[in-house]
Design a protein around this ligand. Structure first.
Ligand SMILES: NC(=O)c1ccc[n+]([C@@H]2O[C@H](COP(=O)([O-])OP(=O)(O)OC[C@H]3O[C@@H](n4cnc5c(N)ncnc54)[C@H](OP(=O)(O)O)[C@@H]3O)[C@@H](O)[C@H]2O)c1
Length: 311
């Protein structure tokens, strides 16, 4: 079948635009020009090496472009704020004059030292009833930003070949990483604590990208981790779709490779693969949170370089 392209389309470069054909007859039921994103690259050491060769300041020096002024006076709800990236986010939010609403299982001395506006404890991500208490426990009204950050990565590598699969841990990861943020987000929304204009960030992981598995897991493995983060990505996209008509933008964020308890098992490759202190990771995340808007809703962004990650 011969398809006649409108002149404007024949002039558009193939690399910049893709043409979507829809309709059962093969004729143009509708045409839409979509810009093709420049994707981040899956090979983590090569990505870091390329950033150094190119002297990529967005990647290597977040302070060169980070503008946190949008945070001043904003109420920011944050899960997992007691340690790791969450604690670093809380520290940076505090430094920028944001009002932290920490949603945690238990607090920590470091979190308490920040004097958050509210510390809501007992928020076990796997518990329907615990997450349902958010409506009563949060006293200060709607939040301007929600960052779903809490997560869990079972320590041992899981393989079929050496019988190291752990199905109960797999379900736990899916429960915490994918259902947890859905429980928190839905309870906050139902309670009127997320309203039009609120920015929602879902911290998932590059590990949730299916198309990057062939590069990052050439021998498979870590089933529960990757499945949980893929499920989290799916959750994030569906929430973004449901919230579209409510003008509540949702972005799915890979926070980058951060030196935390979670990645301690990869300590030997931290320097080779560009792992950063969580204080740097927090600024990268908050830089991307500052860019959340309805045009970017539903996108999956690598906070290391600001580029999209393919699903
Ligand atoms: N670090 C990285 O390089 C990296 C890379 C990609 C993605 N991520 C993602 O970034 C997020 C933060 O990671 P991190 O490195 O900061 O991890 P972390 O140091 O292990 O901290 C995990 C946080 O999640 C909370 N959490 C765990 N299980 C929970 C549960 N059942 N209910 C409620 N809260 C729970 C922990 O609270 P407790 O103290 O109560 O356990 C803690 O605050 C995670 O979603 C992780 O998957 C991290």
């Amino acid at each position: 079948m011969k398809v006649f392209l409108p002149l404007a389309l024949t002039l558009a470069t193939a690399s910049s635009y893709s043409l979507q054909l829809t309709g059962r007859t093969g004729r143009f039921a509708s045409t839409r020009l979509m810009s093709t994103p420049t994707y981040s690259i899956p090979d983590q050491p090569a990505r870091f090496a390329k950033a150094k060769v190119e002297n990529n300041s967005r990647f290597l020096d977040i302070d060169s472009c980070y503008d946190p002024s949008y945070l001043s006076g904003k109420r920011v709800a944050l899960t997992g704020a007691n340690r790791g990236i969450g604690l670093s986010l809380a520290k940076e939010l505090s430094a920028q004059g944001a009002k932290i609403v920490a949603l945690v299982r238990k607090s920590s001395p470091e979190l308490d030292a920040l004097n958050p506006e509210e510390v809501i404890t007992g928020i076990e991500a796997t518990s329907d009833s615990a997450c349902a208490t958010l409506a009563d426990k949060i006293k200060g009204g709607p939040v301007d930003v929600l960052i779903n950050n809490a997560g869990y990565f079972y320590e041992p590598v899981e393989m079929i070949s050496d019988s190291s699969l752990n199905f109960s841990e797999e379900l736990k990861m899916i429960d915490i990483c994918a259902l947890g943020p859905l429980r928190v987000t839905s309870n906050l929304f139902q309670a009127g604590l997320i309203k039009e204009g609120c920015r929602v960030a879902m911290i998932t992981s590059q590990g949730g990208s299916v198309s990057w598995r062939t590069t990052q897991n050439p021998s498979g493995g870590d089933y529960g981790h990757h499945m949980s983060k893929s499920a989290a990505n799916m959750m994030g996209v569906l929430v973004s779709q449901e919230f579209r008509s409510k003008n509540i933008p949702v972005t799915i964020l890979h926070p980058g490779f951060n030196k935390t308890e979670m990645t301690k098992k990869y300590e030997k490759i931290w320097e080779i693969e560009g792992a950063v202190d969580a204080a740097v990771g927090a600024k990268r995340v908050l830089h991307e949170v500052g860019l959340i808007n309805m045009e970017r809703t539903g996108k999956f962004i690598n906070c290391e370089d600001g580029l999209e990650i393919p699903w």
